[in-house]
Structures are given as C-alpha cells and as structure tokens.
Design a protein around this ligand. Structure first.
Ligand SMILES: [Zn+2]
Length: 137
C-alpha cells in the first residue's frame, strides 16, 4: 500500500510497467506513432503485451515474439516486414539506451521522426506570417 498511485499499469495485463525499457508506449513514441502531446494521455502497455509491434524487434537481447492473427508478420508483405523490423528494432535499441543517454524526453524519438516534426512545425510558420502580411497589405 506504500506505493503511490503514480505507477503506470499495463492496459493489457494490468501489471505495472516499471521500467521505460519495457514500455510499448515509449517505444511507439520513439517510432513517432505517438505525438508528444498525446503521450501523457495514452495508456501504458508492456512491449511484450503488444505482439503486433513486438514481433518486429529482432535482437539477440530480445526473445522473439509471435503475433497470432491478422497482424502476424508471416502473412504480411516481406518488404513491409523488413522495413518494420529495421525501424522497430532501431527504436527498441534506442529505448534500451534511454536510461543511460541522459537526454530530454523531446529527444527520445528517432532522428527522422524529430526532423519530420520540426519540418511540420516550420511549415506552419510561414502560413502565419503570410496571413499577417496580407492583413497589413
Ligand atoms: Zn502487460
């Protein structure tokens, strides 16, 4: 009972997600599938409790996960699977390193994800300036 209610419980198994390295939510954040704004509002989940994503982690340090059903990678396009494996494995390795990297949460996502978000923010700027210019004209 000493534990405060700060713990994040897994949406699937109901157990606490104790370490960020086991967090499916942060893995998907690193992948760019969860936006920084959505992050605090999303439910936590263990990586192992989300086999649809976990099956793409291919690393000696990660026991292979089988995903049954429609999302099983065995039934998907091999090119898509190879692409997903490369990306999700890279994100997973980054997640494992997060506790020792000493970086801000905004730096967690993969470089191309951060670049895309920066680009989207930068593209919005000129629109605002254009509107202002038109009002002045
Ligand atoms: Zn779980």
């Amino acid at each position: 009972m000493a534990r405060c209610d700060e713990g994040y419980l897994c949406d699937v198994c109901g157990q606490e997600v104790e370490d960020i390295v086991d967090s499916d939510l942060y893995l998907r954040y690193i992948l760019g599938e969860v936006s920084p704004l959505a992050l605090p509002t999303m439910r936590e989940r263990h990586i192992l409790c989300n086999p649809a994503t976990a099956q793409y982690i291919v690393d000696d340090a990660f026991p292979p996960v089988e995903c049954a059903g429609a999302f099983c990678k065995d039934g998907l396009d091999p090119d898509h699977v190879a692409e997903q494996q490369a990306k999700v494995t890279r994100a997973w390795r980054r997640l494992q390193a997060i506790p020792t990297l000493g970086i801000a949460i905004t730096e967690y996502p993969l470089p191309e994800v951060r670049a895309a978000w920066d680009g989207a923010a930068a593209r919005r700027e000129p629109d605002v300036q254009d509107d202002c210019a038109q009002e002045k004209a």
